[in-house]
Design a protein around this ligand. Structure first.
Ligand code: UVW
Length: 341
């Protein structure tokens, strides 16, 4: 069922079907996956996740908190940690010792995918002259993306949740653009012209179906702070994409890439480098990618070791396996992406 009369200019709403909830990852075909698997030549694998208790504290994101692990209680209120199994009926002790735990996990605290339900806009999709809160492919706030009821229960993404990406079994070719090699820790937005220069100098070949990975050096800076992040320093170092650059937006669309992941906090440079009169998105790359194109963004990935290996071996692409948690209704997910070269 089509959920819009107007679609945003430059969007692909409806192109993958009126009910599509996967967006650009639809472009990963079996052929693309098989070609991507040919990137595995050395059999070396890289973990592309930060430890999930990084950044540490909540200086970097005021509203997101570090994971809290706690042990599960057994029926008799005993802690299920270092628990020695015992059969009550015959009062018999066994050799087995086990632990169970649980975690409070803010899904976007550390290495993550943004779901398509993570970012929407005010837009007049139904053509009544009034903008409404709407997400990729015309899914609506309130009806599909549901906030908590008064008791705080019942919220969730009834559409566009992260489980859709998990069900797409994200695997394909990763392609690295190493902005850190070019700009070090300079704090500048990288627009189309500069980005194309880096792509040319590093001989990066971007192909349809690729997951673009952008290395800025943010991961190393963050890890060096040992879970006591200096937000001021982090917000004044490293590059990010100039998300409001129309030429860069067009390139993202035309290149056929299916997702973008970076080691920084938002992929794009914030606050946005361009200003324009009137209402405008604070996060223009999020608006372009997530809202208009159905393109997932990965943030706070750990890319340092992979970027160094690729540079030393004069390569820019690799096989990437990057499924989020299949957590129904969530608007984001931690993950442990793996690159194999
Ligand atoms: C927002 O906080 C909206 O975005 P992100 O975590 O995706 O950068």
């Amino acid at each position: 069922m089509r959920r819009w009369k107007n679609r945003p200019e430059g969007s692909n709403w409806g192109d993958f079907g009126d009910d599509d909830q996967r967006g650009r990852v639809n472009l990963i075909t079996p052929e693309i996956r098989k070609a991507a698997a040919r990137e595995i030549r050395e059999g070396i694998a890289f973990c592309l996740s930060l430890p999930l208790d990084y950044p540490g504290g909540n200086e970097l994101f005021k509203t997101r908190r570090a994971p809290r692990l706690f042990s599960v209680k057994r029926e008799n209120d005993q802690t299920n940690f270092n628990f020695q199994w015992r059969t009550m009926t015959c009062n018999h002790n066994h050799l087995d010792v086990t632990c169970d735990d649980a975690v409070t996990l803010f899904t976007q605290y550390s290495t993550q995918w943004d779901a398509l339900a993570h970012y929407g806009q005010l837009f007049d999709a139904d053509g009544d002259g009034e903008p409404e809160m709407v997400y990729y492919n015309g899914y609506r706030a309130g009806e599909h993306i549901v906030g908590p009821a008064q008791d705080g229960e019942g919220q969730g993404a009834k559409a566009l949740g992260i489980e859709n990406l998990a069900e797409a079994a994200v695997q394909g070719r990763g392609t690295m653009v190493n902005l850190h090699a070019q700009y070090g820790l300079e704090h500048i937005p990288v627009g189309y012209d500069a980005f194309m220069r880096v792509i040319e100098e590093q001989r990066v070949e971007v192909a349809k179906g690729d997951i673009l990975c952008i290395y800025t050096g943010f991961d190393e800076l963050l890890l060096g702070m040992n879970k006591q992040p200096d937000a001021k320093k982090l917000h004044s170092n490293c590059t990010g994409l100039d998300g409001g650059d129309a030429k860069l937006q067009r390139w993202i669309d035309d290149s056929g890439i299916v997702a973008i992941a970076a080691d920084n906090t938002a992929v794009e440079f914030l606050p946005a480098a361009r200003t324009a009169p009137g209402p405008r998105p604070l996060m223009p790359l999020h608006a372009h990618c997530i809202f208009k194109l159905g393109m997932h963004l990965g943030e706070l990935w750990y890319l340092k070791d992979l970027a160094a290996w690729l540079q030393a071996n004069e390569r820019t692409s690799f096989f990437l396996t990057a499924p989020p948690l299949r957590l129904p209704g969530s608007v984001g997910s931690p993950l442990t992406p793996i690159a194999t070269v």
